[in-house]
Write a protein that binds this ligand. Structure first.
Ligand code: 13P
Length: 248
């Protein structure tokens, strides 16, 4: 049985003051203990958020990391640095990193392998552009991204990977894939995993949907058979919205 995961991706937002208020309100408002709740905050807030969530069921994640252990990589953060702060998850291959910072599938693969080696659970993001969707290339794109990112990830390790399907055209735009569309692509990702790892393993892997998830559409999306949770951007910055998504 896959436990739903609702992850908030704060992106480049938040400060000490807003984190304190947001986490305090979340701790009071989250009623749904059947859901795993995760906050992926900016690096500078990890220490603060780690302290604030102590004693709650909220887990801690980062939004990126480098694939090398250490060295001359100005501005980068390693897996060991994240581990030292009790980070349990890391978002990898988010479309904003792929598009703005030109991260390739090969870079994403190196990061996934390093995170797994260091016992940090990767949330691997995949998704198509609007142009690719209109040209009916969604499945080809998703298949390539999933398989390239999971090269050399073996059967024992894949269980610790979470995949997030985030159609790029639905991120921050207010447009959501319909629950049926989202479920179809998420189901397709499970098929890819089944072909690579077998049915038993593929049934254990959590696959999330992300892209303009809001209190108004969360219940319908999260009740879809193949969708095991959500990766939430904007709405995770508002306590009431995030709470109502978690309590779906
Ligand atoms: P929004 O929920 O703001 O569309 O962002 C989605 C996202 O990119 C989460 O990683």
């Amino acid at each position: 049985m896959r436990k739903p995961l609702i992850a908030g991706n704060w992106k480049m937002n938040g400060d000490m003051k807003t984190s304190y208020k947001l986490i305090t309100e979340l701790k009071e408002g989250i009623l749904n203990s059947d859901v795993e709740t995760l906050i992926c905050c900016p690096f500078t807030l990890i220490n603060e958020v780690s302290t604030l969530i102590k004693g709650s069921n909220i887990k801690l994640g980062a939004q990126n990391m480098h694939w090398e252990n250490k060295g001359a990589y100005t501005g980068e953060i390693s897996a060991d640095m994240l581990k030292e702060l009790d980070v349990e998850y890391v978002i990898l291959g988010h479309s904003e990193r792929r598009e703005i910072f030109l991260e390739t599938d090969s870079i994403v693969n190196k990061k996934v392998l390093k995170a797994l080696e260091k016992n940090i659970k990767p949330i691997l993001c995949v998704g198509e552009t609007l142009e690719e969707r209109e040209k009916k290339q969604t499945k080809d794109k998703i298949k390539e991204q999933v398989l390239r990112a999971l090269e050399n990830v073996d059967e024992n390790e894949i269980i610790n990977v979470v995949i997030a399907y985030e159609p790029i055209w639905a991120i921050g735009t207010g447009k959501t894939a319909t629950p049926v569309e989202a479920n179809e692509v998420v189901g397709f990702i499970r098929e890819i995993l089944e072909n690579k790892y077998g049915v038993d393993i593929s049934e254990e892997i959590r696959i999330l949907y992300g892209g303009s998830v809001k209190p108004e559409n969360a219940t319908e999306i999260l009740n879809k058979q193949d969708i095991d949770g959500a990766l939430v951007g904007g709405a995770s910055l508002k306590a009431n919205d995030f709470i109502s998504i978690i309590n779906f």
